[in-house]
Design a protein around this ligand. Structure first.
Ligand SMILES: *[C@@H]1O[C@H](CO)[C@@H](O)[C@H](O)[C@H]1NC(C)=O
Ligand SMILES: *[C@@H]1O[C@H](CO)[C@@H](O)[C@H](O)[C@H]1NC(C)=O
Ligand SMILES: *[C@@H]1O[C@H](CO)[C@@H](O)[C@H](O)[C@H]1NC(C)=O
Ligand SMILES: *[C@@H]1O[C@H](CO)[C@@H](O)[C@H](O)[C@H]1NC(C)=O
Length: 502
């Protein structure tokens, strides 16, 4: 009787001890998990890219978990600040305008700085890339373009970040980095599978990229390995080789093309105080200065050029006339290769899906053609837009957020986009369906800037270290083994206690 009571007493002590041990184990586990979470929270990394286009600059702030920076799809855009004032290629002309631009930069950089934890400022990489506007200025006046970049470098160096460089991208770089951005965001370069391993999904399936900026336009898409020429770039990303066809057309951006179309209209007219503009809507008349059309390297100044001459334009909503004017700025005939896009530029047939962004997206949106549509629908919506009266266009609810300044341009840019894609790049009824007009993927803007940062900071290395395929399963297996052992032990102890006690 006494021994049995003693046994029960020992059992209770053993039971309490077991409970204590289990509690400690649970506590340790929770602590470890929490520590891991805390660690992740503090290891976010940041990068800033300033995209200095022809008409304005934009500052993009990117964020990614520090431990996983080489994985795909983890870099996201957390802020996008539009610098007020004109593009940087217009700097160093008017001190007052410069002051406005500098204020714009300071405001954006202040906002971006606030969005980054102070302890991360020193390691935040900062790039400035300038595109076609500065390429044009560099051609015209190298000294001035160097001066502008020089003062921007001076300014950016004073910021608390890890400033890399401010430079002008070539057209090919711009096209390639846009393609990298699109495919990175779509997860086409590298992805994670069930076992947390790196794998290239479906080999080398990638999406083409079409960018319409203010001063230039770019097309880039992957083609077969055996095609060669100056417009083919051989790149290796994560160990996979790609042959990317890319071409950038200077003076074929939306704004510069607009000036070239206006130049045609002005030169066809005999009376500068009454110029019929078939691309402007009926009911929209405007007076513009000759300098708005001719103060650029993309149009040829008339013999008796006077920048202050006033030109009065009367819109007539003549879609057919506008369409043929727009086509006249392209040369679709000259070609010494098997196939050309335009102006004698060799281009292989377009293959696969395409992402069309920037000006392509804005034009498609104004016409009610966001996303994917077909060629006939797109063409019809251009005609419908171009035949509409100004008051009808202005009254439409979907176009409320578009300013007059932009709204008046979408008839010519609709024809322009259609002519470039259908007659230039040769998208037909079938392949047009593969074009997706978008501005962002996963809440991140599509443009060259993300691809540029990833490439410049070696976050998309050409080779990946062979990741031992067994690492993770072995780890998972060990965890499983230890869990099983623990459970078995606990069960044994429990059974032993019950046996001993009763
Ligand atoms: C900067 O941040 C302020 C306050 O959040 C905001 O009002 C302002 O519009 C921002 N500036 C720009 C250029 O986005
Ligand atoms: C920055 O870029 C310019 C031209 O793009 C180049 O000449 C210069 O060496 C670069 N500076 C640094 C520090 O990389
Ligand atoms: C535009 O100009 C034309 C021709 O001078 C005129 O008939 C029309 O009333 C004007 N429209 C507007 C909105 O000013
Ligand atoms: C990951 O990126 C860093 C630069 O951020 C680079 O130095 C490193 O080589 C990359 N790691 C792998 C496995 O490629």
């Amino acid at each position: 009787m006494a021994s049995k009571r003693q046994m029960g007493y020992k059992c209770r002590i053993a039971g309490v001890l077991l409970l204590l041990l289990a509690s400690i184990a649970a506590l340790v586990a929770v602590a470890v998990i929490q520590d891991t979470w805390k660690f992740k929270e503090y290891s976010l990394e940041y990068g800033i890219v300033i995209d200095s286009g022809s008409s304005r600059s934009n500052v993009y702030l990117y964020e990614w978990p520090g431990e996983k920076q080489n994985e795909t799809g983890v870099v996201t855009e957390i802020m996008n600040c539009r610098v007020s004032g004109a593009g940087i290629s217009e700097m160093k002309v008017d001190p007052q305008k410069d002051e406005a631009s500098w204020n714009g930069f300071r405001e954006c950089m202040r906002n971006v700085t606030k969005a980054i934890p102070v302890e991360k400022h020193k390691t935040t990489i900062l790039f400035l890339g300038a595109t076609a506007g500065m390429r044009l200025l560099h051609e015209k006046d190298e000294e001035k373009s160097d001066e502008i970049l020089g003062s921007l470098r001076e300014y950016l160096k004073t910021l608390p970040f890890n400033f890399q460089n401010a430079s002008i991208l070539s057209g090919q770089e711009e096209g390639l980095y846009g393609w990298v951005t699109v495919n990175y965001l779509m997860g086409n370069l590298l992805t994670k599978n069930l076992w947390n391993l790196y794998a290239n999904p479906e080999g080398e399936k990638t999406i083409g990229s079409m960018d319409l900026g203010g001063a230039s336009t770019q097309i880039a898409f992957a083609v077969q390995e055996d095609l060669r020429g100056p417009d083919y770039l051989h790149v290796k990303l994560y160990g996979y080789p790609y042959n990317v066809y890319t071409h950038s057309f200077l003076c074929y951006g939306k704004n510069e093309a607009g000036k070239r179309i206006l130049d045609k209209i002005v030169k066809e007219s005999s009376d500068p105080s009454y110029i019929i503009n078939p691309c402007y809507p009926e009911g929209y008349n405007v007076t513009m200065m000759a300098s708005e059309i001719y103060d650029t390297e993309c149009t040829k100044k008339p013999k008796d050029y006077n920048p202050d001459r006033e030109l009065f334009m009367v819109g007539t909503s003549n879609s057919d006339k506008c369409g043929s004017l727009v086509k006249s700025i392209f040369d679709f005939k000259t070609c010494s290769s098997p196939q050309c896009s335009f102006d004698g530029v060799e281009q292989p047939p377009v293959v696969g899906e395409f992402m069309a962004y920037a000006g392509f997206f804005y034009t498609a949106r104004a016409l009610g053609n966001e996303g994917a549509t077909d060629l006939i629908t797109f063409n019809n919506s251009v005609r419908k837009f171009c035949q509409s009266h100004w008051t009808v266009l202005r009254a439409s609810e979907e176009r409320k957020m578009i300013s007059d300044q932009h709204l008046k341009t979408y008839c010519y840019s609709g024809h322009y986009v259609f002519a470039m894609l259908a007659d230039g790049y040769k998208f037909d009824k079938e392949t047009w369906k593969n074009i997706n007009f978008q501005r962002e993927v996963k809440k991140t803007s599509i443009g060259w800037s993300l691809g540029y940062m990833l490439s410049m900071s070696n976050m998309i290395p050409s080779e990946v270290k062979e990741i031992p395929p067994l690492t993770n399963p072995v780890f998972a297996g060990l965890i499983f083994l230890f869990s099983a052992l623990t459970i078995i032990t606990v069960v044994f102890v429990f059974v032993f206690l019950i046996r001993a006690c009763y």
